[in-house]
Design a protein around this ligand. Structure first.
Ligand code: AVJ
Length: 334
């Protein structure tokens, strides 16, 4: 949390500061602000939304294919087994809004099963990735109105107005991405989602509580893709902010925090070191971490309780034979 001035004034120690000419793109300013704020805290932590530059999104797609990373495969199989059932519940002429849409693999299964879907609104923070995925989808579902929205849904957001022929608005939030929120943030998201949608429903993917060993290997894969994904945050800072993180001096760490029912990912500093981000210097002690992600796990009951607290009404639950993952139907009453 040491800034340049503090280092300069601390006893007998002058850090030679070279602020190289580096121009930070306008788009990268929110990342700069968040990274500097994160590193200035006594306990360093940053939102996982900053993982997803083009390279981070590509690494995440590789995570989804890993043998140890069961959530994607399991949720896809649940969707494939129950698409007809889910589509019937959604009904004809629906509008589907997806949060954190990514590469749009899962929604294809849903869209293919739906009766004359009206419009699809994928929302994602990674603009480039979203636009190319949306173009590919357009080629497959020629009649569908696809309206991608590049937005950060962890901040304030608004949906485009529906057309009068839309029968039902259903939000799709797969992947257990809701697990990135702390429980109070998740509640806030559910409340905002219900408010923005009006009457409709939310189809929510939830990673279920399970043995810590299974969770541990899902976030510590043998090929090191998850480690590369985690470290890409620092590489992104070097690329976009002209930061000087030395990658070999940080290690990937992911573990299950049982009392908090979440996987935590951190980047652990291998030594005492200073890092420059923008025009500010920050100090890491040996072993100090930058907390990069939480991935909360839920039981069906605990998620239903949270949904009810937020005014949503639990409906059917679709799951896999091993009960690893749940797809929850939550009605949003008018
Ligand atoms: C996209 C947030 C659901 O928490 O499992 C995967 C991200 N991080 N491996 C998750 C992630 C490390 C993923 N979510």
């Amino acid at each position: 949390m040491t800034r340049v001035e503090e280092i300069k004034s601390s006893a007998g120690y002058i850090e030679p500061v070279q602020v190289a000419a580096f121009s930070i793109a306008h788009d990268a300013l929110p990342f700069l602000a968040d990274m500097q704020a994160a590193l200035a805290q006594p306990v360093k932590s940053i939102s996982p939304k900053h993982f997803y530059d083009a390279r981070g999104s590509a690494l995440f797609d590789r995570i989804c294919e890993l043998p140890e990373y069961y959530p994607t495969r399991t949720e896809v199989s649940i969707l494939q087994s129950h698409a007809g059932d889910i589509a019937q519940r959604i009904g004809p002429h629906a509008e589907i809004i997806e949060f954190g849409a990514g590469s749009l693999r899962k929604v294809r299964i849903l869209l293919a099963a739906l009766d004359a879907p009206e419009r699809y609104v994928p929302i994602d923070i990674s603009g480039e990735h979203l636009r190319s995925s949306a173009d590919a989808l357009h080629a497959e579902f020629a009649g569908l109105d696809i309206a991608p929205l590049v937005a950060d849904y962890t901040q304030e957001w608004a949906l485009p107005a529906t057309s009068t022929s839309t029968r039902r608005r259903v939000a799709f939030f797969p992947g257990s991405t809701i697990g990135n929120f702390t429980p109070p943030e998740a509640r806030q998201f559910l409340i905002r989602c219900a408010r923005a949608l009006g009457a409709g429903a939310l189809l929510l993917g939830v990673d279920r509580i399970k043995h810590p060993d299974i969770l541990h290997s899902a976030y510590n894969d043998a090929q090191g893709v998850t480690a590369a994904f985690n470290l890409n945050l620092l590489e992104r800072a070097n690329r976009e902010l002209g930061a000087n993180f030395k990658l070999h001096q940080f290690a990937h760490s992911a573990f299950y925090n049982a009392p908090q029912q979440r996987i935590e990912m951190h980047l652990v500093s291998a030594c005492h070191q200073n890092v420059r981000v923008g025009d500010a210097l920050f100090c890491f002690e040996e072993g100090e971490t930058l907390h990069t992600e939480n991935s909360h796990k839920y039981t069906i009951d605990s998620m239903h309780r949270m949904a009810r607290d937020c005014g949503l009404v639990p409906g059917p639950v679709w799951t896999d034979p091993l009960h690893a993952f749940g797809l929850l139907w939550l009605d949003i009453p008018a």
